[in-house]
Ligand binder design. Structure first.
Ligand code: 5GP
Length: 126
């Protein structure tokens, strides 16, 4: 059974302005803010403003307008933090944890954008 959306989750509270955040970018449908426990010099969480619990929920239920806005905002965030890949190096990684196996802590869909140091390979052997 898929997640029901819980509007008491911490990101829902951030969206309602009940908890402060360090905003990087905000658009009509998307908010990007710095992770409170950064794993790299730049660690930004990009979230849709709509009530979506997981990436698949968002991808299948959100409007085209929300999805385009979200995707473009991810690109803008990479530029805003100076992480766009170039011949001189740089780059970033996007991660979206969904559900128990991925150890999703906050049940509001989010993509982590991490950058600012060499990130190594994405997965360790189980
Ligand atoms: P997940 O494991 O769900 O993919 O990641 C949730 C992320 O949210 C974690 O990296 C955690 O540090 C971050 N986080 C949890 N609570 C807060 C908060 O109140 N503010 C911010 N900015 N980040 C948070």
């Amino acid at each position: 059974m898929p997640f029901a959306y819980d509007d008491q989750n911490i990101f829902a509270k951030i969206l309602r302005g009940e908890i402060p955040n360090d905003t990087v970018l905000e658009t009509q449908h998307t908010l990007a803010f710095r992770d409170i426990h950064p794993q790299a010099p730049d660690h930004v969480l990009v979230i849709p403003k709509g009530p979506y619990a997981t990436y698949d929920h968002f991808a299948l239920a959100a409007s085209d307008e929300e999805i385009v806005d979200f995707t473009r905002t991810l690109g803008e965030v990479a530029r805003a933090v100076g992480a766009q890949p170039s011949e001189a190096g740089g780059g970033f990684r996007l991660i979206s944890n969904a559900g128990e196996d991925a150890v999703q802590e906050v049940p509001h869909m989010h993509v982590h954008l991490v950058a600012g140091r060499p990130l190594g390979r994405i997965l360790q052997p189980a």
